[in-house]
Design a protein around this ligand. Structure first.
Ligand SMILES: *Cc1c(COP(=O)(O)O)cnc(C)c1O
Length: 414
């Protein structure tokens, strides 16, 4: 057997909720020459990237920079920064990534209150606001785009309620940033974490994030206390702090700010990739990009419906960039997924926990979100379903999607 059978990596059409195909411009940027981490050419690029991230997150926050590590590192950095042992944290959960926030908060010593809803739904903001009134948490942590179930959590009013009850609102916008509006300032979100390998179409390995002056004040207060304890010779063990060094926002913001106090060696190539990825998003324009994601979602769902497939979940809160499909009765979902990958080089996803084996998840994110990919996926899925003995009205799916594209084009050309 050839031990290098999968080297170089085979070409793939990636229609999952991440990682998705990286934009070729991003991959080229990642091969540019290395710069030293205090080189003015590099620090100027860091400053520019911060400006671009503010536009991406729609914020005027001073702090907007990436944390090295995957999106989870960004979530952990923010929660580690705002949570002290014993703090009350409220986590609304209706999918896998809500559970992740719960777990991270708990590991940093929070007393977590969870409110849960069935997977496939989202919360009415009023439910969350009522829970804030009842539990008076210091932090509310929730997921904007829940990729495990394909739902979008409406955020309106939650930020205002957090201000009223003096809580901080931390939002996981890993799957939505660059694909669906994330209005940090308008929605009064205190800290927001994005992802690279989803709608930004940059490889995974960094977590762009932003936080406002409320969070900065809290971080500064904690830092003063720790320094005081240290100079009093008590060491940080005087209080049961659980403090990450690698993910310490105080130290990271000192490198991204005018002090340029280096923390760890910046991931040069990743930073080039992120810089180019965000540049591409802003070149396209946020509104145009959101519209593009909506258009391909419409084409994909029209095709799936024409095939006789049913979508999973509450349609009123469907996440535009992830489409969840009920696996038809009698069809082996994993076998269909394998056939798509082996015969067509197309990857779609299954799901987790209570949805394992019940749904497929098809991502339409960033660079992967294009007409060619949508049409190929529909055609291949139809072929795979016929091959698995399902009676599918042959040819209808691709035609229905092409009808949507034709309509869109007619609208655009007037
Ligand atoms: C993908 C994803 C994550 C985790 O991202 P990693 O890069 O794997 O750490 C977190 N939250 C949501 C909503 C996601 O979709």
């Amino acid at each position: 057997m050839n031990e290098h059978a999968f080297w170089p990596p085979p070409p793939r059409t990636i229609m999952t909720p991440g990682p998705v195909e990286a934009d070729p411009r991003v991959l080229r940027a990642m091969s540019y020459p290395i710069l030293g981490q205090f080189d003015p050419a590099f620090t100027a690029m860091m400053n520019e990237l911060m400006g671009m991230l503010r536009r991406l997150f729609r914020t005027s926050n001073r702090q907007a920079y990436p944390v090295d590590g995957t999106s989870r590192a960004g979530l952990e950095a923010v929660l580690a920064g705002v949570i002290e042992p014993g703090d009350r944290v409220l986590v609304p959960i209706c999918g896998r990534f809500g559970h992740l926030l719960h777990e991270i908060a708990e590991r940093y010593g929070a007393e977590v209150t969870v409110i849960e809803r069935e997977w496939g739904t989202a919360f009415d903001p009023e439910e969350i606001i009522r829970a804030i009134r009842r539990h008076r948490p210091k932090v509310v942590a929730l997921v904007h785009g829940e990729t495990s179930t394909g739902r979008l959590q409406p955020l309106d009013g939650i930020g205002a309620a957090c201000r009223e009850y003096d809580a901080l609102l931390v939002v996981d916008a890993v799957a939505t940033i660059g694909g669906v509006p994330v209005n940090t300032d308008d929605w009064q979100l205190d800290a927001v974490v994005g992802g690279t390998q989803k709608c930004l179409s940059v490889p995974s390995g960094m977590a762009p994030l932003t936080y406002n002056a409320r969070v900065e004040r809290l971080l500064a207060g904690r830092r003063r206390i720790e320094r005081g304890l240290r100079s009093a010779g008590e060491g940080t063990s005087a209080r049961p702090y659980i403090r990450s060094n690698y993910l310490d926002l105080c130290q990271l913001q000192d490198y991204w700010g005018p002090e340029r106090l280096n923390h760890h060696t910046e991931m040069t190539a990743m930073l080039y990739g992120l810089y180019e990825g965000v540049r591409i998003v802003l070149e396209e324009g946020l509104e145009a990009r959101f519209r593009r994601h909506r258009m391909h979602e419409r084409a994909l769902t029209a095709g799936l419906a024409a095939m006789g497939l049913r979508l999973f979940g509450d349609p009123s809160c469907k996440l535009p960039v992830v489409t969840c499909v009920n696996i038809p009765e009698g069809i082996d979902g994993e076998s269909v997924r394998s056939m798509l990958l082996d015969a067509f080089g197309i990857e779609i996803a299954g799901s987790f926990g209570p949805l394992k084996g019940r749904i497929w998840r098809i991502g339409t994110m960033g660079y992967s979100c294009n007409m060619r990919n949508v049409l190929l996926t529909l055609g291949a899925l139809e072929a795979a379903l016929l091959r698995h003995g399902m009676r599918v009205p042959a040819g209808q799916a691709v035609q229905a999607a092409m009808d949507v594209y034709a309509e869109e084009q007619a609208v655009q050309t007037g």
